[in-house]
Ligand binder design. Structure first.
Ligand code: SF4
Ligand code: ZN
Ligand code: ZN
Length: 312
């Protein structure tokens, strides 16, 4: 996003105003001042919500809040756009990282005057570091299942109609790239910014899917949103980070690559993968907790059983 000195904001210029641009978005060919970047960001989120029929002003939205730039920017934009959006923070018990991100999330909820629900994993099951040790699994895979489980369970219990997560374009491209490298058809079939409600599962949406990581960080900074600036210690070495680095280089050389790759998949490949007879996996109810599951016992109840065994 290099900006030549003295460049004027594209929108201000069209209104015969003289404001200098502070951001350059090469793939949109836009140079914008702070005010117009904020409105551009919010319009883009609104357009994405409408394009994919994510939710309306009548819905109650539960935003999965991590304390990071994406989830807080998303929450801020939704509230400013007039949506009925509260937050859900899952305390993963990952040392300083969880402590800091919880404080920032709570402060932000007070600032915007919206409710923040909190789930404490230590009480519900165990902290991520303990789960990791007990089940001998990579932290992120256990963490992913546990977060999905409690997000869905809490949204149902609290009566929200849709769950919104802060996944941005860089996240989606990295996952799509990984799934394409491995030709993981089952994952590719479900990689869409909307997962409709199905038995026991609340509708899940990603309104930032066309917003880059840099754009969401800028939006947070321009709105004085304080977010956690360091990564979770378990993210080190994750393949998604390597993929993001590769894509940053591609984007640098050919602006718009990420957006083309992602929207091309949604328009051309996703419909093919989900065409006719695509067999849907059988959804059952977990025989222990009653939550939806593809197996007799859901992944979180299995984790609980393993942790119990280790403790005995
Ligand atoms: Fe969970 Fe892994 Fe993300 Fe840390 S990096 S919050 S362990 S998924
Ligand atoms: Zn402007
Ligand atoms: Zn279960």
């Amino acid at each position: 996003m290099r900006l030549k000195k003295g460049t004027r904001c594209t929108i201000c210029k069209s209104k015969k105003l003289n404001n200098k641009a502070v951001v350059f978005l090469p793939h949109h060919r836009l140079a914008l001042c702070k005010e117009h970047f904020i409105s551009w960001f919010e319009n883009r989120v609104e357009k994405t919500i409408k394009e994919f029929k994510m939710f309306s002003k009548n819905d109650t939205v539960l935003v999965a809040v991590s304390g990071g730039k994406d989830s807080l920017s998303l929450w801020n934009a939704l509230v400013k756009l007039g949506y009925n959006a509260d937050g859900l923070y899952i305390d993963l018990g990952i040392g300083e990282y969880s402590k800091d991100s919880k404080i920032l999330s709570l402060d932000f909820s007070k600032k915007i005057g919206r409710k923040l629900h909190i789930v404490d994993l230590k009480i519900e099951i165990e902290t991520i570091p303990v789960i990791k040790e007990s089940v001998n699994k990579p932290a992120c895979s256990a963490c992913g299942s546990v977060k999905r489980y409690y997000m869905n369970k809490m949204a149902k219990e609290l009566g929200y109609s849709v769950i919104a997560t802060g996944h941005n374009l860089d996240d989606e491209v990295a996952v799509l790239f990984g799934n394409t490298l491995g030709w993981d058809i089952d994952y590719l079939k479900r990689q869409y910014p909307v997962l409709e409600e199905e038995e026991g599962f609340i509708k899940k949406v990603k309104p930032l899917c066309k917003i880059t990581e840099k754009e969401s960080a800028l939006y947070a900074v321009f709105n004085n949103i304080e977010y956690i600036e360091y990564e979770c210690p378990f993210s080190e070495g994750a393949s998604s980070i390597r993929y993001k680095e590769i894509w940053s280089k591609l984007e640098e050389q050919s602006p718009g690559s990420k957006l083309r790759f992602y929207t091309g998949f949604l328009k051309k490949m996703y419909p093919l993968l989900n065409k006719e007879n695509s067999k849907k996996d059988d959804l059952k109810k977990c025989i222990i907790c009653g939550e939806p599951s593809f197996h007799e016992i859901c992944s979180v109840c299995k984790l609980k059983q393993k942790i119990q065994k280790v403790k005995v």
